[in-house]
Design a protein around this ligand. Sequence first.
Ligand code: AQP
Length: 328
Amino acid sequence: MKRLLSGIKPTGEVTLGNYIGALRQFVEMQKDYESFVFVADLHALTVYNDPNELRRRIRDIVAIYLACGLDPKYTTLFIQSENLYHTNLSWVLECNSYMGELSRMTQFKDKSKGKGNEAISCGLFTYPALMAADILLYDADVVPVGVDQKQHVELARNLAERFNNKYGTTFKVPEPIISKAGAKIYDLQNPQKKMSKTDNSSKGCIMLLEDIESAKKKIMSAVTDSENRIYYDKENKPGISNLLVIYSSLKGIALEEVEQVFKDSNYGEFKKSVAEEVAQFLSSLQNKYKAIIESGEADKILDESNEKVRQIAEAKVKDVFSKIGVGR
Ligand code: AQP
């Protein structure tokens, strides 16, 4: 069976964008792959986090994974920092990465824009090598991600090929999987910009654990255009197109079908339906999340996974160390 690997980093509260662009795919694909899904907590360290907040968000992501439908029967869930081999391999891959290619990473360019060198952590620059280690440690065949992460998976492919050429076949070369619809959910107030965890306080971002009434209000006040006709046109109608994608993803029906349903509706009616759909989705998810938090089942699941991921990663790092010549 082919392997799937992906994760979410706890830099803020998990958003509807994370769900539609990534998490939903993990759930849909888990029965067809041997799945590994983790909390990318070491990736959160590229910026400062309050340690208590960070710890709470890590636990929340595990509970959200389970509440969204990741099933430990099919998916091995784990926390990145609990398997130290990630950082071992990351160093080796960093030493095989070039300043030039890391400087071309769009996320690095975006996140460091306007900041002086003293304000940008080296981790922000090198974290794609850690992400490559996350993927290559497990010989992942596929990595489902939102479109913003595609470039990093491509770097992982390049690093795998480079290492294999230098030292002999060691790593599987992974494929990114980008969902056709919903690969990028946009900010509700600025539909040119990605809905992002780091903008959690904004009116443009819906969080999975957010108060339902507040989420509905955000949909109702989403920025649209003045045409008052509902159809998908990403260039000229980014706000309405974003709402169409959100509705179609949550409802599990094609965009064309959604356009048909709302062809005679006005924006007010359409937004109300989207708000209801989002509310229903969030309310069901939040009920499951609460039950999981109260049951304490997440810790048991993580403890059981740890030995499995450690064994896989240890074997890979030993192979790498032996090939590059470190140790005795
Ligand atoms: N708005 C989005 N639409 C579709 N997919 C998205 N993803 C993130 N935002 C959207 C996908 O979610 C997965 C996990 O994201 P991440 O934790 O690696 O962080 P990120 O890509 O940097 O996304 P965020 O949420 O915007 O975090 P911050 O604000 O910390 O940078 C990835 O597969 C991502 O593509």
